[in-house]
Write a protein that binds this ligand. Structure first.
Ligand SMILES: C[S@@+](CC[C@H](N)C(=O)[O-])C[C@H]1O[C@@H](n2cnc3c(N)ncnc32)[C@H](O)[C@@H]1O
Length: 232
């Protein structure tokens, strides 16, 4: 079970005030993270624009490049908290379509977004998600899910690939033919095989590293476009 302690690195951290732990008692890596975080132009932009996370700018770039959103679409956002992606999609769709979001962490409500709180690895949670969709065909599946990092690659990478496999299964079963699937992956063990599997399922598969994705992060985004009726 993923620990719920460490938040997603794209969350907008609260600026440390005088009442917070003094910098001297923080670890070197957490001091560096905080320095980088508050100097990051995407963090500043997200705060100024009232977005819930800097991750919204990654999605914006990915969506705009391939024109992935059209009015009326049904979009599922896996690993949605704190809500930057859902916020972006809801705004882009205007009053049309549907956004169904889920996360193992709670997420403050967002107007026009149906949210499910639960662990995507659990069958019961998947059943609840399907009940929320109520048979509505999905046009776009997004997954920004990532486990809390332990810092040990041999632990983190299999956890990440497990979530990615579950997201691919979900898209296999519930994304409509011709639909698109966008997923965050970490480059490492299992990555190449996963992309091979995507190529069997989608007419076109590309790997993207958006500008807002931190250079030293192993994350990239795989985009499967045009879901095939049958796996090749
Ligand atoms: C990078 S953050 C997502 C940021 C989000 N896209 C945004 O724009 O605000 C990754 C998310 O994956 C979620 N996650 C990790 N494991 C999960 C699981 N087993 N089920 C559901 N969500 C999970 C985390 O709780 C975290 O909120």
């Amino acid at each position: 079970m993923a620990s719920r302690r460490a938040p997603c690195p794209d969350r907008l951290a609260a600026r440390p005030g005088p009442h917070k732990i003094p910098m001297a008692t923080r670890s070197k890596s957490s001091q560096r993270w905080l320095r980088e975080h508050f100097a990051d132009p995407y963090v500043k932009k997200a705060q100024a624009e009232g977005l819930r996370s800097r991750a919204a700018y990654k999605l914006e770039e990915l969506i705009e490049r391939d024109r992935l959103l059209k009015p009326g679409m049904v979009v599922v956002d896996l690993g949605a908290a704190p809500g930057g992606w859902s916020q972006y999609v809801r705004k882009a769709l205007g009053d049309t379509g549907r956004v169904v979001a889920m996360d193992i962490l709670e997420m403050p409500s967002l107007a026009g977004v149906d949210f499910l709180h639960g662990d995507f690895r659990e069958d019961e949670v998947l059943s609840q998600l399907l009940a929320m969709l109520d048979g509505q065909p999905v046009d776009l599946v997004l997954s920004d899910m990532a486990p809390n990092k332990s810092g040990v690659d041999a632990v983190d990478q299999p956890r990440m690939m497990h979530l990615a496999e579950l997201a691919m299964d979900f898209a296999d079963g519930h994304l409509k033919p011709g639909g698109n699937f966008l997923i965050k992956l970490f480059q490492g063990t299992g990555f190449d095989d996963y992309v091979k599997e995507l190529r069997r399922r989608y007419d076109k598969v590309v790997i993207r590293k958006p500008d807002a994705s931190r250079k030293r992060s192993p994350e990239v985004y795989a985009l499967g476009q045009g879901k095939r009726i049958q796996i090749k």
